[in-house]
Design a protein around this ligand. Structure first.
Ligand SMILES: Nc1nc2c(ncn2[C@@H]2O[C@H](COP(=O)(O)OP(=O)(O)OP(=O)(O)O)[C@@H](O)[C@H]2O)c(=O)[nH]1
Ligand SMILES: [Mg+2]
Length: 360
């Protein structure tokens, strides 16, 4: 299951976003620290291709990719050392795959701001610094352990790991750098992936505005530069989600001058995770399978059933157009498929069928 943790200062709209994303109701009141325990809920990823495959192959039950969203308490300055409730929460998001950082850029004098004034750019820095501080402690622990292993054991990887951790630790302490901004090779990044550093995780910023003009006023685009972000009118989206009547919904949608929607947030989270999706169909079910880039046909089959790792014979890849006019067995007998060996690298949008031997 893919996991996304929603973070930000208190009272910026995290729980309202979570509720709207998930259709779940957790308290979203106008006072800071309304959320104490993290809440989680599972949300399907909107997927048009999945629906098309289901229609073409007449396997109507959809199993889309799922994302588990975690709503946590607001972070404040000093959260890493125990101020507010944030530090307790930081531990809850250590194992998420993506961080969704909500930033307040709506004015509304009726909604209190922890520092008293709206300053999204400063708020982003405050939250980032808390994440950096929380990571420093962790890097330090691993740094000391690597140093000891380098001295006292035959662990060949330990000296290089120690040098790397020393470099990251230094950059975090002296320059307040996030781990992802420290220059590292792909192998170095991989060597510390298991540490679950918060500032190494992919991040998507959601800038909560009441209207598009809020973005310009606070120079958001400039401040976030090339970091991925989306504007969203969370309160309006929450209102929209309550409306059943389609015509009324359309009217409100048009009245909201921020174009990105809740569905865009889910899709962007999925995209930020850098996954590819392959599809399977059969016995009434059409299913999307999110896998890491570079996954082979054998590994993909193993996702479906671990037994397939032993019984894998080959894969078959079908075009959607073929499945629209022919059943799977017709397509096979007409030779309208591509045969895949175990080392084939799965591509986004592949519609696959695995041939396996019965297990002895
Ligand atoms: N004007 C306006 N108010 C909003 C918007 N989003 C949220 N709010 C209001 O802000 C208040 C706080 O929202 P929450 O969703 O509870 O905020 P939170 O970030 O979860 O807060 P904590 O859990 O305390 O950290 C509520 O009164 C919301 O209705 C928005 O886009 N515009
Ligand atoms: Mg909350």
């Amino acid at each position: 299951m893919l996991r996304v943790g929603i973070i930000g200062l208190p009272n910026v709209g995290k729980s309202t976003l979570f509720n709207t994303l998930t259709g779940k109701c957790v308290p979203a009141e106008n006072y800071p620290f309304c959320t104490v325990e993290p809440h989680s809920a599972i949300v399907p990823v909107p997927d048009e291709l999945l629906e098309k495959i289901a229609r073409a192959t007449k396997n109507p039950k959809l199993m889309p990719a799922m994302i588990e969203f975690w709503d946590i308490a607001g972070l404040v300055k000093g959260a890493h050392s125990g101020t507010g409730l944030g530090n307790k929460f930081l531990s809850h998001i250590r194992n998420v795959d993506l961080i969704l950082h909500v930033v307040r850029a709506f004015k509304d004098p009726d909604v209190a701001h922890v520092t008293g004034s709206i300053n999204p750019v400063a708020d982003i820095v405050t939250v980032q610094q808390e994440l950096v501080m929380a990571d420093i402690d962790l890097v330090d622990k691993h740094r000391i352990a690597a140093k000891s292993r380098a001295r006292n054991t035959n662990d060949k990887a330990a000296p290089a790991l120690y040098v790397l951790l020393e470099r990251i630790w230094h950059a975090m302490r002296t320059e307040k750098k996030m781990a992802r901004d420290v220059q590292m090779s792909a192998e170095e990044t991989e060597s510390i992936r298991d540490y679950q550093l918060l500032t190494l995780k992919p991040t998507l910023y959601v800038v909560n505005v009441d209207r598009q003009a809020d973005l310009e006023q606070y120079s958001i685009a400039h401040a976030l530069g090339n970091r991925p972000w989306l504007p969203l009118s969370i309160r309006n989206e929450a209102e929209l989600a309550q409306i059943q009547d389609l015509a009324e919904r359309r009217e409100l949608r048009e009245a909201i001058d921020v174009e990105t929607s809740i569905a865009d947030v889910i899709t962007s989270c999925y995209e930020r995770l850098g996954l590819v999706t392959f599809y399977t169909f059969g016995t009434g079910v059409t299913r999307a399978w999110p896998v890491r880039e570079g996954t082979t046909a054998l590994e993909a089959a193993g996702q479906i059933h671990t037994d397939f790792l032993d019984t894998f014979v080959k894969g078959r890849r079908f075009e959607l157009a073929t499945l629209k006019s022919h059943s799977e067995s017709e397509a096979v007998s007409r030779g309208q498929f591509q045969t895949l060996g175990r080392d084939y690298v799965v591509k986004n949008g592949d519609i696959l069928w695995f041939v396996t031997t019965p297990k002895k």
